[in-house]
Design a protein around this ligand. Structure first.
Ligand code: NAP
Length: 298
């Protein structure tokens, strides 16, 4: 019998991921706090449920993809949470980005009820969720990983078992530190190019495939120079992830100078009401310090 899948959290990410599970032929049960969001997935063949506990009672593998650490705690361990309905032998997979330490605590509570858990945060954004091309970084027991692999393959392309529970989240935090520091470098370099009188489009092309290139430089650089601030990933969500990075750095005693600075720069942008803009808006904080803007000449 194929495993029945439950999906909790039909946000930007969860909607695309659920559709790909349906496309792959899985029977999928769904729950979302704002119930109306279940309607469009029901039209695609998903089965709505009345609570995370109700969903868990009908499923073999239960996936969560909600906003932050307290939200995952609530939908898994809360009053009508997964733990209240889950069947023995079920597997819980959290695909949100949350604290590695809290992940281990949640897994320990589930283990008291003989329920296995994997942490499986993603990168690749809403586009990757919709296309089924996410990178998925997984922590937990090897047997649980093997069991979940067909489910991950329906949602992602690069699927890596990183090690013990929490190591998926730790990998995602490493990813986020790199993303923002690369963006800081790109923003600073674009200011220098602007001040030096270079053609910005040519500069991005000339450098992009060499040692100085990065995903942020190649993909967000062109957006910056036409001042297109539409988000692939918002400043507010980025700050949530940087809070998790810096909490882990604090716990582990790791100095993260550049990441801390970026977080403070993003804070200045949030104070100006720019939290819903794309994370490449970081350049605006540097422009404020420099006294001029990066802009492609017409
Ligand atoms: P989103 O569009 O804001 O959706 C958040 C989802 O979580 C919604 O379904 C929301 O329900 C639900 N939720 C939040 N708090 C809840 C609570 N206390 N109880 C029950 N449900 C709750 O966010 P998203 O972009 O899908 O992101 C989901 C997770 O994936 C986050 O951890 C994010 O960091 C991570 N992620 C996002 C991206 C990206 O590019 N967007 C990329 C990689 C990873 P309602 O509908 O009721 O609000």
């Amino acid at each position: 019998m194929p495993e029945k899948i439950g999906f909790i959290g039909l946000g930007i990410m969860g909607r695309g991921m659920t559709r790909n599970l349906l496309k792959a032929g899985f029977e999928v049960y769904v729950w979302n706090r704002t119930a109306a969001r279940m309607d469009e997935l029901a039209a695609d063949g998903a089965k709505p449920t009345s609570s995370p506990a109700d969903l868990a009672a009908q499923c073999d593998i239960i996936i969560t993809c909600v906003s932050d650490t307290p939200d995952v705690e609530q939908v898994i361990l809360g009053d009508s949470g997964v733990i209240q309905g889950v069947k023995s032998g079920a597997l819980v997979i959290d695909m949100s980005t949350i604290s590695p330490k809290a992940t281990r605590d949640i897994a320990a509570k589930l283990a008291e009820n003989t329920i296995a858990m994997l942490d499986a945060p993603t990168s690749g954004g809403s586009e990757g969720a919709a296309k089924g091309t996410l990178s998925i970084m997984v922590g937990g027991e090897a047997a649980a990983f093997e069991r979940a692999l067909p489910v991950f393959q329906a949602m992602g392309k690069t699927i890596t078992h990183m090690g013990a529970i929490g190591s998926g989240q730790m990998t995602k935090l490493v990813n986020q530190a790199l993303v923002v520091v690369n963006m800081l470098a790109a923003a600073e370099a674009l200011l220098l190019a602007q001040a030096g009188g270079l053609d910005l489009e040519k500069t991005i092309q000339a450098i992009g495939s060499g040692a100085a290139g990065s995903w942020m430089w190649n993909n967000r650089g062109p957006q910056v120079i036409v001042r297109d601030w539409r988000p692939g990933f918002t400043i507010d969500l980025q700050q949530k992830d940087l809070r998790l990075v810096l909490e882990s750095a604090q716990e582990l005693g790791v100095p993260m100078l550049a990441t801390s600075m970026v977080s403070m720069l993003y804070r200045t942008l949030q104070a100006q009401g720019l939290g819903s803009e794309g994370n490449h808006g970081l350049v605006k904080a540097l422009e404020h310090l420099a006294g001029f803007e990066v802009k492609k000449s017409l």
